[in-house]
Unconditional design. Structure first.
Length: 116
């Protein structure tokens, strides 16, 4: 029991010692990348955001519209059953989650482009 308390005490003191000495006054100067860019232009953010949003829309179109309108047929198992009308609730979540990934880039594009 005494050994266990000593281990906890030493661990706690080590954590406190690391926390106190970890940050210094010039943390922001040390943490900057001297080679990399700190700003970007709107055209550099547009292509990845556009490709990501269009890919999400195309996957949703294929999974939802084409299956319900019987444009394409997907065979998923060895029995050859067609899962055409198996629309899951997660389909809307997929679209929202992937659009949300690119929302920050689209907001940055708008903010950068609106600057004079």
């Amino acid at each position: 029991m005494k050994n266990y308390k000593l281990k906890i005490t030493y661990t706690f003191l080590a954590i406190i010692g690391l926390a106190v000495s970890s940050c210094t006054k010039d943390f922001t100067e040390v943490n900057t990348d001297p080679i990399g860019k700190s700003t970007t232009s709107a055209n550099q953010l547009l292509a990845p955001a556009l490709v990501g949003v269009l890919n999400t829309n195309m996957v949703r179109n294929w999974n939802f519209n084409n299956q319900l309108m019987q444009v394409t047929v997907e065979i998923n198992d060895s029995e050859g059953r067609v899962f055409r009308y198996d629309v899951r609730r997660t389909l809307a979540d997929y679209t929202w989650n992937n659009w949300y990934l690119y929302l920050t880039d689209l907001k940055d594009i708008y903010n950068i482009a609106s600057k004079p």
